[in-house]
Design a protein around this ligand. Sequence first.
Ligand SMILES: [Fe+2]
Ligand SMILES: [Fe+2]
Length: 259
Amino acid sequence: MYKVIHISDTHLRESNLGSLVGWTKAIRAIAATQPDLVIHTGDIVLDEPDNATDHAFARNELANLAVEWLVIPGNHDIGDGPPRQESICSDLIHRFADTYGATHWTKDIGHWLVIGVNAMLFGLGTAQEDEEWAWLEKALSTASGKPVALFMHKPPFVTTPDDVEHGSAAIPPASRGHLWALVRRYGVQVIACGHRHEYRVLHRDGVTIVWAPTTSDQLDELTSPINDPIPLPGLVEMIFHEDTFIHRFVPFYNRTAND
Ligand SMILES: [Fe+2]
Ligand SMILES: [Fe+2]
């Protein structure tokens, strides 16, 4: 058995109480759960990708966790891709890697292979995007029959792989077909993502897609075009057994600072 705590969208800034209250709860939940690994699927800092002070604070907070952790970048960490095309650039990507160790990674957790991909590059039409797709396919090919859990910031889609809309809620529509072909070809069984700030589970083509909620108080992105969101911050506990995967949503019900 291998236990992962999946957190996302912490949106940290040292002076921002709305994110620090939830972050404190996340730290407590991680300590109580004692996972083998913590994975953060991005939007680590509040809202300024080029704010070095925020990144230094967030890096220090992660370093204080008494457990191994891995992160991948979100749009608030390195800028956004299409359709917003805000500020994603090589400099921010390199700064992210320098601060947190990497922008993508693989980890063998026994019976499973876990991959974190910088899906913020998808749809950019740059050489860096081409390199990321090549890296992902090479990483997937090393699974050698193991089930794969793929972590990324934005969901692969909001409703189905052939979604053509939903703006910046998921990876760009033009990238969904390519990603889904790789997912099917290499036996990805789990996709874990964040970005939408809500917990949700979808099952498509035998793949379980888990959206981790935000740990912060930022629940305002909930949630068109699909209904009935769970309007709570929290995190996700994942258990990887030999050939099965289970998870549970750990909500933060009371968002006061003193509980
Ligand atoms: Fe976010
Ligand atoms: Fe995001």
